[in-house]
Structure formats: C-alpha cells, structure tokens
Write a protein that binds this ligand. Structure first.
Ligand SMILES: *Cc1c(COP(=O)(O)O)cnc(C)c1O
Length: 315
C-alpha cells in the first residue's frame, strides 16, 4: 500500500491564487497528515525515503507488535487513522479517553463511530487521566506500541519527509523558485518535519490547540537541540480548539465556496482565518496550503456550529 503523490488543486480568492496539497485524497480510508505520520508503520508506504539509511531499520522495531495503544479525545483524527492502521496490520487497538459526555453517548458519530466499526476497544478513564496515560508509556510491554496523543512521535518524520519530497518536485515542475507552505498545527509535528525537509522554502503555521508557547515547546521537544529550521508561527490568540466561532464559520464557508473543497472544521477554519489575515506579512508566493484530511469528524463540529447558532439566534 502506497501513501504517496496526493494531487494539488488551486483556486482564486480575494485576488490571490492558492494551491492546496490534497492529502485528504491520499487514499480512500487512510489519508490526511495522520496517514503520513503513521506511514512508518506500513512497510513500503513511501517511495523516496524507503532506502534512506535513517529509516533502514524501519519496522524492525515493530516486528513483535500485536497491539497499538493511544489516548486522547473521542473525536480525534489520529484515533480514527490508528483504527485503520490496526485493521490493516491485524493489531488490537486500545484507545483511552476521558469519560464520554451524555451527548456523545447518545449520538456516536464521526471518527468515534468509524473507529468503533474498525473494532477499536474504547476505554473511559474517569480519574487521573494524565497520570494514567504517562504510565502507559512507562509500563508498556514488548508487544505494545504506544502512540502519544496526536501522534507527536519522531517516527512521523518518515511520512512527512515523503510529503516534503512531493512538494519539492511539484514546485520544480511548476517552475516555482519560491514558495510559502502553510499548515495548521495541533502538536506541530507536521509543520516541524515539513520545514526540516523543505529548508529552501518557508513553512508557516498557527497554533490551533494550545497557545504560541505550547507550540514552540512542542517544536523543541521534537527537534531537541537541533533548533535550526523551525516553522514560523502566526500566533492565534483568539480561537480556542474545537470551539464554534461565527467568524470562523464565515471564513471556512467562503473558502469552501471559492475552492469547492471540503475542509476539516476543527483545524482549517483557524488555519484559513489566520492565513488570510496575515497575507501582507507573508512575502513569498505562491502559497501552498496543506489539506490534512480529517473531514470524517465534520459531523460533530457541524452539530456544534448549529447548536451555537441556535443559541445565538434563539431570541
Ligand atoms: C492532526 C491534524 C492537524 C495537526 O497536525 P499536527 O501534526 O498535530 O500539528 C491539522 N489538521 C488536521 C485536519 C489534522 O487532523
């Protein structure tokens, strides 16, 4: 199974041309940046890096694995991608989350429904979630692969470097000497490894999950002392993660209308809003926006937007 060569679309909006790297179209089920991040665990998924010495030992360290374990939110895009990976590898998949709310239990949909259909074993941890998750790492046995929340693992570099190779080749074929790459950040893993493997271009990002400080910290966690090529963070000081803001809905609706592309409703509304507000601050053109997939989770966010609108216009 190859996870390579996603197409690039383009559209015009506000007198700018935007290119979109369509990782949402990477594969029918396994797509987006989560598939890139997990490509390491699928032998032969990449082309360009497959012979790279850094990854020569790829999969040797996972020969004995029969169970993958992770943790985080109950609508996580990573959770769903792990459920696909586990199914492909015939691994058991155990996922820990905090107690599900009544609303979630009443209407299991989106990523959660799809992951359960892939036989994910969901376990609710009612107390001391953070301590519990830390211990998953320290107490794991040889047959278990424990993936950090959001997939902030160094193994992600393998698939992201493939993405970088595709972008370089595309830019060359288009005769683009310069390029701005934009990707919305959660853990920052995608932005960081993209910038590392595309030193000739500038990668911009914005913090969707934590604040500016959190994202900087995440970068440094992943690179250690090698803090040379860090992406530029366009700070998001306003919007909280997975929260429905009317202005974000307006932005993403306009972008979707202009592009005829469906975007993720958790990261991309913040990503596009911040990118569009920062255009005069970004020098290089053209702009390539990385579509990281995740649209399976859109039902949940749409419900939140509808509910927020309902509260807004109730009276
Ligand atoms: C996970 C995700 C991101 C953020 O990726 P990180 O590598 O954690 O920064 C962005 N967009 C979508 C749609 C995602 O699913």
């Amino acid at each position: 199974m190859f996870l390579i060569n996603s197409p690039v679309s383009s559209f015009s909006y506000r007198n700018e041309t935007f290119f979109v790297k369509r990782d949402d179209l990477l594969g029918p089920k396994f797509n987006g940046n989560k598939a890139r991040k997990l490509a390491y665990y699928l032998p032969g998924a990449n082309l360009t890096m497959a012979d790279n010495n850094d990854f020569a030992k790829q999969n040797q360290d996972i020969l004995n694995i029969d169970t993958v374990i992770s943790y985080g939110g109950s609508q996580s895009n990573l959770m769903y991608s792990l459920s696909v990976l586990a199914k492909l590898k015939k691994w058991r998949f155990i996922y820990y989350t905090k107690s599900l709310s009544k609303e979630v239990n009443l209407a299991i949909n989106g990523n959660l429904a799809a992951s359960l259909a892939n036989e994910m074993e969901l376990v609710e941890i009612k107390q001391n979630f953070t301590i519990f998750c830390r211990e998953l790492h320290s107490k794991k046995s040889d047959n278990q692969l424990v993936i950090t929340q959001g997939g902030a693992v160094k193994e992600a570099e393998y698939g992201i470097s493939q993405l970088a190779c595709e972008i370089r080749l595309w830019a060359k074929n288009q005769n683009f000497a310069d390029l701005t790459v934009f990707v919305a950040s959660g853990t920052g893993t995608t932005a960081l490894f993209l910038q590392k493997h595309l030193p000739e271009f500038t990668v911009y990002t914005t913090n969707c999950v934590g604040d500016f400080k959190y994202l900087t910290y995440q970068f440094l966690q992943l690179v250690g002392n090698d803090a040379q090529h860090l992406p530029i963070i366009l700070p998001n000081n306003l919007f909280r993660f997975a929260t429905p803001y009317p202005e974000l809905y307006k932005t993403i609706s306009a972008v979707e209308k202009a592009s005829q592309i469906e975007f993720d409703l958790v990261y991309d509304p913040i990503g596009w809003h911040i990118l569009l507000a920062s255009l005069n601050q970004i020098r290089s053109r053209p702009i390539l926006y990385i579509h990281c997939g995740g649209i399976l989770g859109n039902t949940t966010m749409l419900n939140r937007y509808r509910y927020a609108n309902y509260l807004l216009y109730k009276n």
